[in-house]
Design a binder for this molecule. Sequence first.
Ligand code: SF4
Length: 284
Amino acid sequence: MTLSLDTRQRAMLSAMGVRVWQPVSAVEPLVQPDPMLRAETPAPPVVRSVVRVAQATASPTVTSSPSAPAPAAVVLKALPEGLAEMDWAALQNAANLCQACSLCETRQHSVFSNASPLKPPPRTDWLIITDPPSVEEERKGDVFVNTEGELFDAMLLALGMARQAAPDQLTATVVPVLKCRVPAQRNPHAEELQQCRAYLERQVALLQPQVIVAMGRWAVQSVLTATSADLASQPLGKLRGQVHRFANTPVVVTYHPQSLLRTPLDKAKAWADLCLAHSLTRRP
Ligand code: SF4
């Protein structure tokens, strides 16, 4: 799908600090071009059709510093039976009661998605997979909350999309890669990401999105592990700007909105990634 931004959308992006490149013919003139500004205009996003095919059995690889202490042994228990056949409500209920990894001991409650608690959205064009829930996300039982949520929603809106979309609008559903919060003093373990992938795979199967957008280090690592552990261990900056695959669904990876708030210069890259995902999406 070709994206053509109108004046209002470009003004919104400018207010967010997102500098946008578009072909000259596609842009409505706002003001006379300023030659001093052109030097700061970022290069156009390079859209490369690199497609990597998933191998669903690979194990996640968590990168760590060579000097970091060896992680404690991770205790895993059996996942709830019948997960791969559950509907949306049963899957969410199973996540609430799940004790398949040690994160169940420290969570207040699981965070399943931004969608209605008991029924899936009628249609999902994008499935956004994001990092494990923060304290605030756990407290609110939602994903992308507060300022990071405002930034994410504004970027979606500039693309003509929304989380709660009208019938003729492209829609995005957000789910965390782990359904339970990770204690503040550590990163998620590879075994935890692997264990919780059963929920993620069922969510993908139920929602059947046109495109998956993985936002954040842990989300990208878990999703691309399906392609190769070696690929998943690469820095996010090397993986963005390409089309990967999760099962048969195209995947675009980019930065987490919280990271964009800390590093505003990455907003233009994230915008280019979302435009790449948009180019893969058909209007309903
Ligand atoms: S993180 Fe996933 S696998 Fe672990 S207890 Fe929570 S729902 Fe279960």
